[in-house]
Design a protein around this ligand. Structure first.
Ligand code: GDP
Length: 325
């Protein structure tokens, strides 16, 4: 593969080249990994800094309807929009969010949009790396806004929040007891809560739900990365296209403030550092699983089991002899 050609085409904003590069970073093959690393190095410092927006919500809350409407609105405003999906369940079910071709039909036809479904065979541990690298690739291809969608389960939300500049939580209108159902940790990571489906019969319920969440947010400790009034709860209707302009204005106000106060850059730097540390940890663990360390570890484990050497001493020897630590 001609990496320079691929890099040039990505920098040129060619969506097919971008798709191909993302396939490369998703691959588990060692030679692909090496190529992916080389490609990302070549692209470093080019492209543009996009606004990375994480979006979470349980299935059925309206994520794809929202992304379609919101994405088309941004496109109409002259922005280029990429959509990435993180679906931790796809590794098990073989299913895939965004996999359904009928989702986001309007947005997918826009020349300024790029939509990437989550791979059906994602390696669980590799999801974070794949997504981070896909984000870098989208920035190299000069997208202005990158939406990272995830379903509201388990650790994927935290992971997405950690790679976003702004984190949206999409909720459905519901009674008071539902409010308890949203995990506190998720509420604390949200920058803006959007209560969707504020239309028709659901409108008044949505407004009440929104007021409940606004109340709950006010009770939370103020975070240093927020100006007065944030995190915020708003109502939207993705179906009827209402509240989206207001939501976008609030997002921009928040991001402008974070840029002006240095919080934006500080958060990005912190994320890069976090990512580096995660890579070191993963690399170390990978070394342990490969020969000759693996064999030496098994041999020492046998000696520990037999009581010939203490666990601490055996570990010390292994690290010294095989990892020069
Ligand atoms: P996802 O699973 O979170 O991606 O949810 P979808 O976008 O597929 O939407 C689930 C269902 O909710 C679909 O039947 C949508 O038509 C409906 N829906 C989405 N947004 C709205 C909205 O703003 N108002 C109403 N009334 N229905 C909506």
């Amino acid at each position: 593969m001609d990496l320079q050609d691929l890099a040039d085409r990505i920098l040129n904003g060619e969506r097919r080249a971008l798709a191909r590069a993302i396939t490369l970073v998703e691959s588990g093959r060692a030679d692909h990994r090496e190529q992916a690393t080389l490609l990302l190095e070549r692209l470093r410092g080019h492209g543009r800094e996009a606004l990375r927006i994480g979006l979470s919500g349980t299935p059925g809350v309206g994520k794809s309807t929202f992304i379609e409407a919101f994405g088309c609105m941004l496109i109409a405003a002259g922005l280029k929009v990429a959509v990435l999906a993180v679906d931790p369940s796809s590794a098990r079910s073989g299913g895939s969010i965004l996999g359904d071709k009928t989702r986001m039909e309007r947005l997918s036809r826009e020349p300024g949009a790029f939509i990437r479904p989550s791979p059906s065979q994602s390696l669980l541990g590799g999801v974070a790396r794949r997504t981070r690298e896909a984000l870098d690739l989208c920035e190299a291809a000069a997208f202005d806004v990158i939406l990272i969608e995830t379903v509201g389960v388990g650790q994927s939300e935290t992971m997405v929040a950690e790679m976003s500049d702004l984190f949206l939580l999409l909720l459905a209108p519901a009674g008071g007891d539902e409010l308890q159902g949203v995990k506190r940790g998720i509420m604390e990571t949200a920058d803006i809560i959007l209560v969707n489906k504020a239309d028709g019969d659901l409108k008044s319920t949505a407004m009440r739900t929104c007021a409940d969440y606004a109340g709950a947010l006010r009770l939370m400790r103020k975070r240093p990365q927020d100006p007065e009034g944030f995190p915020k709860a708003l109502t939207v209707s993705a179906l009827e296209d209402t509240g989206l302009v207001k939501a976008w204005e609030e997002m921009q106000a928040l991001i402008d403030w974070r840029r002006d106060t240095g919080h934006f850059a500080a958060a990005r730097a912190g994320q890069a550092r976090h990512w580096f540390e995660a890579e070191v940890r993963d690399g170390l663990l990978a070394r342990l699983r490969r020969e000759p360390v693996r064999g030496a570890m098994a041999a020492l484990a046998g000696q520990v089991e037999a009581g010939r050497i203490s666990a601490a001493r055996a570990a010390e020897e292994l690290l010294r002899d095989y990892l020069q630590m």
